[in-house]
Ligand binder design. Structure first.
Ligand SMILES: [Zn+2]
Length: 185
């Protein structure tokens, strides 16, 4: 998306504005919350006030700013988050953009030990049962296999049985022994 469109759309499910680079922790928590939501991606724009006013980031060494941000991402996210950081100029002001996506194989990312989730432009921490639920639904639904039964230990390369309900088509994880197939690790 073009930067102008991104800014015009305002903050939302996949966009967060931060007026200053000093709001790094809040920004990375917001990024964590956005990638953990169903959309699985998010962009933080530094140098923009929450209402969309372009103020630009602090003048200073951009290399240092990018490096310290990428260090915070490397050190803070578990599992590691692949993010991109770049600088754009608009109305003579510099903006730093940070964008990331959650791979389908990752149920959720934690930042500094906390898992956030975004709802609209607000974020909150995931509860234990939500984490558990995400781990089950996301991990398994998209896992290519192979699979192992948690009861009899049978192994299969592919789950070929599916269940069709009003919610759509779903892989069937039931083993004939009464156990459940889970991804082999
Ligand atoms: Zn079994």
């Amino acid at each position: 998306m073009k930067l102008r469109d991104l800014l015009a759309n305002g903050e939302g499910q996949t966009t967060e504005f931060k007026k200053s680079l000093s709001l790094r922790r809040e920004a990375l928590e917001a990024l964590c919350a956005m990638v953990n939501a169903e959309g699985a991606r998010g962009t933080v724009v530094f140098g923009v006030e929450p209402n969309g006013t372009i103020c630009g980031i602090e003048s200073g060494n951009l290399d240092t700013a990018q490096r310290s941000l990428s260090q915070a991402i490397r050190g803070g996210f578990d599992p590691p988050l692949h993010a991109e950081i770049w600088v754009e100029e608009l109305e003579g002001k510099q903006l730093l953009l940070l964008s990331a996506e959650r791979p389908r194989s990752v149920p959720y990312h934690e930042y500094n030990g906390r898992a956030w989730i975004r709802q609209g432009s607000e974020k909150r921490q995931l509860t234990l049962s939500e984490k558990d639920q995400l781990r089950r639904s996301r991990d398994r639904a998209f896992h290519p296999g192979p699979w192992k039964c948690d009861r009899c230990g049978a192994r299969v390369g592919q789950l070929i049985s599916v269940t069709v309900s009003k919610d759509g088509m779903k892989k069937n994880y039931d083993c004939s022994c009464g156990g459940q197939f889970w991804p082999c690790t």
